[in-house]
Design a protein around this ligand. Structure first.
Ligand SMILES: Nc1ncnc2c1ncn2[C@@H]1O[C@H](COP(=O)(O)OP(=O)(O)OP(=O)(O)O)[C@@H](O)[C@H]1O
Length: 281
């Protein structure tokens, strides 16, 4: 695995901080699928990855390299074909892990309010407390006026906000986010990136965030890992040197552009390789 070190002319908070205790350990994980009459597809690995407690890890990689597969394996929604995943959770909450899916994963027959309340209800909180938390998240994500609407009446971006609100409302110890902002327009995406930064800085949960946007990864992450073409492995791992609390202003820092260039240098050949593999099929 290539390690891309942060630039030496930057005094990084990450350099000074003691290593965080490990929260998630993925060891030699692989995953294969049999898709219809096609031969076996090796989607992932072998992949090793350690994620520290309260770390915000961003994962980038070419389309189809196994990012969602990795996230689902961490979430326990998919079993690895080989290898293992260990997650430390406190045992204090009934739902320690929440996931925001690419395709929203919300229930069309439930109102916005009921969707956001779902995890809270399952976690057994009293109704008055749930109502307060739901109202808070509806407000933060600009959904208050749509609380009683059904998802069918919402735009894609609004549905995704419902999905994000539902995951954040339960205040999980580990938050897994699969391209949560991909369907949003550029302006709303920036607003929600800034909101997520503020939320994370206030609560410091462990986050694994998959994105195609290198800018988004550098803005949000403590670390960015780059995955290879399928079967996805980690080929680069960079520590993001921007201090916390961080704001959207880092987007204009010259170092931001430099790091984006470094990430793209790692990723470019993998995107081409993944594209060529797809073309040969
Ligand atoms: N349930 C499944 N059955 C068969 N093949 C699958 C299944 N899930 C994923 N795959 C295959 O595994 C590979 C990795 O898929 P995955 O969705 O994890 O990639 P990804 O990196 O998240 O892609 P994208 O960035 O386009 O969302 C792909 O070739 C995909 O077709």
């Amino acid at each position: 695995m290539k390690h891309v070190a942060p630039l030496t002319d930057v005094d990084t908070a990450a350099d000074a901080a003691p290593a965080a205790p490990q929260r998630i350990a993925v060891r030699q994980a692989t995953r294969s699928f049999v898709a219809g009459r096609r031969a076996k597809v090796d989607a992932l690995g072998p992949l090793d990855l350690s994620i520290g407690d309260a770390e915000f890890l961003c994962v980038v990689g070419p389309s189809g390299c196994g990012k969602s597969t990795l996230l689902k394996i961490i979430a326990g929604l998919l079993a690895p074909s080989s290898g293992e995943v260990a997650i430390e959770v406190s045992g204090d909450s009934r739902i320690p892990i929440a996931m925001v899916f690419q395709d929203y994963g919300i229930y069309p027959w439930k109102t916005v309010r009921a969707n956001v309340d779902l995890g809270l209800r399952l976690s057994g909180r009293p109704i008055a407390e749930r109502r307060e938390i739901v109202n808070d998240w509806l407000g933060r994500l600009g959904l208050t006026d749509f609380a009683d609407a059904y998802p069918g009446a919402l735009s894609g971006g609004m549905r995704q906000r419902v999905s994000i609100a539902r995951a954040l409302a339960i205040d999980p110890e580990v938050l897994l986010m699969d391209e949560p902002f991909a369907a949003l327009d550029a302006q709303l995406r920036e607003v929600l990136q800034d909101e997520l930064l503020a939320i994370w800085q206030a609560r410091r949960r462990t986050v694994v965030f998959v994105t195609h946007s290198l800018e988004e990864a550098l803005l949000l992450g403590d670390r960015v890992v780059v995955m290879s073409a399928r079967p996805g492995r980690i080929i680069a791992d960079i520590t993001v040197p921007f201090e916390r609390p961080r704001s959207g202003a880092v987007r204009t820092d010259p170092l931001f552009a430099k790091l984006r260039g470094d990430l793209w240098a790692s990723l470019h050949s993998e995107v081409v390789a993944q594209f060529d593999t797809g073309r040969q099929k």
